[in-house]
Design a protein around this ligand. Structure first.
Ligand code: FES
Length: 205
């Protein structure tokens, strides 16, 4: 017997007790790290919910609204300004039912944040009605271009935007130009005919 610790390693200079002590500390640190990671994953990032007053130019009038940073234009139009023409059919904008004009361009109101629309000119389907009904609206009525009507406001705005840019569009161009809007009732043929009627100036009512 030399009196030496039987677990010692003469070459490395590490004895078993020190090794076990060290590996225990590493295990504890790893467990702590994993707990912290799990906690971080469980806790969502802080969400800012403070409302801010902003001004929006909608249908030619300035409106003051109180919005949270996460509020979409669609929510603000519908729930604060009572403009319910744009529909929340597909919140990813794939149906086109929430089409509005922003600075003259057709855009999906569900994909725009209200705060980002300050200083822009917003026009909803409601701006095409009133005292001076837009020919597109009249053509939709004349050509019976709706069934349940859920897609109709979005289609009307999309047709208006497309014909503003392409007033002499052919039927094929109209068909291609409206491919961002979907009608579950299948009224496409009538919608196209309504748009063709506007191009021809053949709108009654
Ligand atoms: S009329 Fe029903 S979805 Fe188009």
């Amino acid at each position: 017997m030399t009196g030496k610790d039987p677990g010692s390693n003469a070459r490395s200079g590490v004895n078993r007790r020190a090794f076990l002590k060290g590996s225990g500390a590493v295990a504890a640190a790893t467990a702590l790290h994993q707990t912290e990671l799990a906690n971080a994953q469980e806790q969502p990032a802080a969400i800012v919910r403070e409302s801010t007053s902003i001004k929006l130019d909608v249908n030619g009038a300035e409106h003051t609204v109180k919005v949270e940073p996460r509020d979409t234009l669609l929510e603000t139009l519908r729930y604060q300004l009572d403009l319910t023409g744009a529909k929340p059919v597909s919140l990813d904008g794939s149906s086109g039912a929430c089409t509005v004009l922003v600075d003259g361009k057709p855009m999906m109101a569900s994909l725009l944040l209200s705060v980002a629309c300050q200083g822009k000119r917003i026009e909803t389907v409601e701006s095409l009605g009133g005292d001076k009904v837009d020919p597109v609206v009249r053509a939709f009525v004349t050509h019976d271009a709706e069934q349940c009507g859920f897609c109709t406001p979005g289609f009307v705005v999309a047709v208006r935007a497309f014909l503003n840019k392409n007033p002499k569009a052919t039927i094929d161009e109209i068909r291609a130009g409206l491919n961002g809007n979907i009608c579950r009732c299948g009224t496409y043929a009538n919608v196209i005919q309504a748009a063709v009627a506007v191009v021809k100036g053949d709108v009654n009512g």
